[in-house]
Structure formats: structure tokens, C-alpha cells
Design a protein around this ligand. Sequence first.
Ligand code: AMP
Ligand code: GLY
Length: 427
Amino acid sequence: MNILVIGSGGREHALCWKLAESASCTKLYCAPGNAGIGSAAEIVNIGVDKLDELADFAIANKIDLTVVGPEAPLCDGITDVFEKRGLKIFGPDKIAAQLEGSKSFAKEFMLKYGIPTAKAADFTDFENAKKYIENEFANGEKAIVIKADGLAAGKGVLVAESCEDAVNFTKECFDGAFGESGAKVLIEECLFGEEASIFGLTDGNTIVALASSQDHKRIFDDDKGLNTGGMGAYSPAPVVDEKAWDFIHKNILDRFLAGVKAEKFNFKGVIFVGIMVTDKGPKVLEFNVRFGDPEAQVVMRRLDSDLADILAKCVDGKLAEAEIKWKKEAALSVVIAAGGYPGSYRKGDVISGLQDAADAGAVVFHAGTKFDADGNIVSNGGRVLGVSALGESIPEAIANAYKGVEKISFADAFYRKDIGKKALKHL
Ligand code: AMP
Ligand code: GLY
């Protein structure tokens, strides 16, 4: 099979790393990739927003399967464009991608199909939103969650602990801080508990859960500071115990699939369910229509089957026939970011120690990296690298990953020191 992966982050590096070792993958390309992905795939210099150019490339290079990493091309309709030209592609079409692209669309779907989630209301004008917020706090709510409706690269959500913060953020949304995405605002009940990430592969007929994982969204240790795309992850996530899994299968994944069938959605891809495990059981925080990053890094490290075969069967509607096995070991990935992220940060700093980290047993997934004119690998994004390792247990995976992290340096590099710590209390 000739395979094209679309995207340029740590998630796409992890997908390419796994696809490259798949017996059923003969030729692997990645567009536009980064400095690390080149060791697993041939780099194609086409941006993720060039849907027609990507399809032209796929036809010219006899691509049998295209795997889409990020949400933006899915929400832009890359699957519609590819399928219209007879190309096979992993990811939902434009209509189904609204499950990530519009939080109110997703909420309506959850309510319609009985999927447990936070109570919410949506607003298109500030005054009514403000009245609702004031009323919620007057009724004793301790916190409330404000969400810009559309895609906002993880920045359009505030967990507000005061009425004033909630009202101010709502005003910012309506004033255009997130562009069109903030023209509608969702106001949600705040859920309390521990978060986990669940990936459900679906071909529209079957849904199969992959190994559980947990992200670390905040920038600083002990979950302090601003939200980011994710500062580290591990798998499995012990907060998802047997009882939680049972609930997730019955009340979330099976109902999701029932909804996909009833709505006749064209969804052959992965639904990434952000979950809060509350004292009343797991509830859905959000749907995403692609793999999470860095969660994909640790899930791919643990996958013990042929990823290319699994994704191809999924796209062909034969997911039930796919063999999906897991390594017993735990996996953990620590993100090394550029100082300043998630605010403004430097680019172009030379990265050293990548080979030493590999020699120490880590697999280093590249996110924001590129080659400079002299052939050095330099930083080129907020999240720069994901340093991953396996271990017999989570504590061992933590120790192994940080051994790799300590070998790597670049100016102003920053990473969290507590990735995996939350798992320890369950062990
Ligand atoms: P979202 O983009 O909807 O996943 O929101 C980003 C992050 O905000 C989540 O990962 C949670 O940490 C937090 N969050 C979102 N919705 C809620 C909620 N209803 N209650 C508590 N925290 C939330
Ligand atoms: N790590 C969370 C996400 O990919 O959205």
C-alpha cells in the first residue's frame, strides 16, 4: 500500500513511525511533515490547506490510503474532495467533522443520542449570555465553562471561577477574540473529576476503542497556568478502570455509533472523546474527529499490530476483521516546548542531544522542528518535541522518558517535570 499522511506535528510523526514498520505499507509520504518525520516518510512540500493539490499528489503517486492528522483539513472537507476523486481517506467528511468544528453541533448530537455530558446553553448575543451566567452563579454554581463555538486551537475555552471572569471572557468571544468561532458561545456546567482521552475507531458499522490515555493540558506542573495543546501523556490511564470502561463502551461509544448510523454520517476515522471521570461516572467534555496529540504518541508506542492494515480495513468498512493488540508495557511522552509557549515563543534555536536521547532508549517524536540552511535541526513551533519511552509500569516509563528528556537541549527549552504523576495515586 502507498500511504500519505497529512500534517506536521508529533501526532503525525508517531503515525508515520508506526506506519513505516507496518508490513502492509510499501511507500510512505507525509505532507508537509517536519525535520523528524523525514526519517520515516518521504516529505511532500504541500500544506494541509491545499486540498486539491494534495488530491493531485495522491492520484499522481497512486496513493492507496490517505491518513489525515489535524482537524482543520477535515473541517474544510478534505474527505469530500478526496472521495469525489475516488481516493480512499481516513477521516470523516465535512458534515460529520462538525462534531469537532462546532461545539453546539456536538452538544446537540450528544443530547439527541443520550450521551452523558455537561448541561449547556448556547447564545448568539452578549446580554442574554450575561443574564444566564449571573443566574447560574446566583443559584450557587462555583464555576462555569465558557466555550467559543468553533475551532480556536484550544484557546476558546475558559473554566471561570467567578461571574466576572465568565462575563469578561464571554464579552471577548463576542468581540471577536476568536474570530468567527466566537460568534456563538456555549455556556456549560463545570464538571469535576479526572480527565482521560479515549479514541474510538469506527468504519460506520463497528466501533473499537483503542488503549486509554491521559493528556496534561496546562503549561505548568500541578496543572497550573494556561491551557496548551498538551504537555505530555501516558497510556494506559488507570483512572479508566474496568467499571469506567464498561460505562464508556455502553453509554458513550455505542451511542456515538448509533448516532452516526441514524444521522447517516460519513464517518470512517477516529472519534477522540475527551472525558471527565466524575463521581457520577464518565461524561463527555468534547469530541474531536482526529487523534489527540500527544496522546497518539503513547498509544502508537503501545500498539502491537499493523497500523496500516487497521486503518485500511477501517476505510474499507471491514474494521471488525482488524487485529488490534497492545503491548503490556506503559508508555509516556514528555513534550519539550519553546519558552513562552502557549504565548509567543522563539523559533530557530539549534536542538542538540537527539541521538543521545535515542541511545538512552527514547523515541523522540518531532513536532515543531525543521532543518536550517546549514542542515541543523532547529525549533520551529511552540511544542517542539515529544520524548517517549516504554516501561514495565508507569513509574518505569516516567523514569525512562525523563532519561531521554535530560539529554536534549536548546535555548529556552521548557518541559513539565510531573508527567504521569497523577497516575501514581491509582497504582
Ligand atoms: P474542550 O476544548 O471542550 O475539551 O475544553 C478544553 C479543556 O477545558 C478540557 O480539556 C477541560 O480541561 C476543560 N473543560 C471543558 N469543558 C469542561 C467542563 N464542562 N467542565 C470542566 N472542565 C471543562
Ligand atoms: N491533546 C489534546 C488534543 O489533541 O486536542
